[in-house]
Design a protein around this ligand. Structure first.
Ligand SMILES: *Cc1c(COP(=O)(O)O)cnc(C)c1O
Length: 431
């Protein structure tokens, strides 16, 4: 499969190049040249198929012959070897839980898939290692670190702002060892991100193969389609059209959902649910896309003022706003509303949601209020324990710590403290 750049349609590359480069020249995002719907008979028989076969079928055309099918099957089955349960909350509302992976964040799937693809592409380059460089404000780093742990030929260097990630998140980054190095930066998340950008532009580092593992990478974006297949497989909605609400920040997840719809999944409508970082809801109202500086909220993984993947969403609707609005709504909610939704879910339905899932629930309810003849599904993107303090304070309860998290809390933290770009360079060149 070829991918073209959304900044320059004449620039096209293979899947491997798209994965290794991450982003096209001129900062364009890669986009597949073709999207071929899957046979209707396959879509109609999802409930009889196992998850690996479904995921393999969904992703195959986007990889073509660049990874042999038996290896791709292994990659896919290792990527998704945990549950993706749908729980019915009320008559018209169900939730798809995406937090049963090793770091309890939905980013596990994208990170695991990308890591294994890179490992495959790098299998014969014995002394030229790929270095994956990521800045994290919390959840991405843990998922990437776990996803890449032990993958041959790949070194991971994670930068995080000292004192600004939660204890659980820090432990998930700093206790793994092997090919994972955690750099604790004296500064903010923006400082970490600036250091990473400098490294990509630095000609002194030309001898290294550097890549990034953020959600604009096609190998992190596309496997998120799997969630929507697994959801439809589990839902029987008595003939009502399905609406899916996705808590959105960088818009990679919802964009993968729309890709899955293009492949033939019976999803009638998407709702992008955001916190007060509302560039996309504002765009649907005004027709003008204005990126804004990001604002801190309690659903902090969605604090994105300039969502990178939204250009891909627009591409899926041929840049036509009216066409987009027929199948896509977007609503924004503040922290007070989010806390109210967490309480409502817990008190009325005994459902413990994290702040991101609660935003998804709010968006779904807002849509269903006006369009009652739909069956609703919202995505829960993180386990509530990942946002422990907020959830315990809002709901006035204590959450038991699940074993995946408890096991890292006892391990000793190992990090290298840095405060300048020169120090980062030293670490990279010393490897
Ligand atoms: C990253 C993240 C999101 C937002 O996903 P996008 O694909 O960036 O829109 C939502 N919830 C959680 C918990 C996340 O970590």
């Amino acid at each position: 499969m070829k991918y073209f750049s959304l900044q320059d349609k004449s620039h096209s590359v293979s899947f491997e190049e798209a994965v290794v480069n991450g982003i096209a020249p001129n900062r364009g995002l890669y986009f597949p040249e073709q999207i071929k719907p899957l046979p209707l008979a396959f879509i109609n028989s999802l409930h009889e198929k196992d998850n690996t076969e479904i995921a393999l079928k969904a992703i195959s055309q986007f990889i073509g012959d660049e990874i042999p099918v038996d290896i791709l099957r292994t990659i896919v089955s290792e990527t998704i070897d945990f549950d993706f349960p749908v729980e019915q909350i009320s008559d018209d509302v169900a939730v798809l839980e995406l937090f049963h992976g090793p770091t309890m964040a939905f980013k596990d799937v994208g990170a695991r898939f990308m890591a294994r693809c890179l490992g495959y592409f790098n299998r014969e380059k014995k002394d030229q290692k790929v270095i994956v460089l990521v800045a994290t404000s919390g959840d991405t780093g843990g998922a990437v670190a776990h996803g890449f742990l032990g993958v041959k030929g790949v070194e991971v260097v994670i930068l995080y702002p000292s004192g600004k990630v939660s204890d659980i998140q820090e432990k998930q980054l700093t206790t793994l060892g092997q090919n994972i190095t955690a750099l604790e930066v004296d500064g903010t998340f923006d400082d970490c991100q600036d250091m990473v950008k400098n490294a990509f532009l630095d000609t002194d580092l030309k001898t290294l193969t550097l890549t990034s593992a953020n959600s604009i990478n096609v190998a992190r974006w596309l496997p998120q389609m799997f969630y929507y297949f697994f959801a439809v497989k589990q839902i029987y909605h008595a003939g009502l059209p399905l609406v899916v609400s996705v808590p959105s920040g960088n818009f990679g997840n919802i964009c993968a959902g729309i890709m899955a719809q293009k492949l033939g999944l019976p999803i009638a409508h998407f709702v992008a649910s955001t916190n007060v970082n509302d560039s996309v809801p504002a765009f649907l109202n005004s027709g003008i896309f204005e990126p804004k500086p990001s604002v801190s909220t309690i659903s902090n993984a969605m604090d994105v003022g300039n969502p990178s993947n939204f250009v891909r969403v627009q591409q899926l609707f041929d840049q036509n706003l009216e066409a987009l609005k027929c199948q896509f709504s977007a609503y924004s909610f503040d922290d007070a509303q989010t806390r109210e939704a967490m309480k409502k879910l817990y008190e009325s339905y005994k459902y413990l949601a994290d702040p991101h899932g609660a935003v998804g629930y709010l968006g779904l309810k807002k849509f269903l209020n006006v369009h009652p003849k739909y069956h609703g599904l919202f995505l829960e993107t993180a386990h509530p324990v990942k946002f422990l303090e907020e959830v315990e304070k809002t709901l006035n309860l204590q959450i038991p710590i699940p074993p995946q998290i408890a096991s890292v809390m006892d391990k000793p933290k190992t990090s290298i403290r840095i405060s300048s770009y020169e120090e980062l360079k030293g670490v990279l060149l010393g490897r």
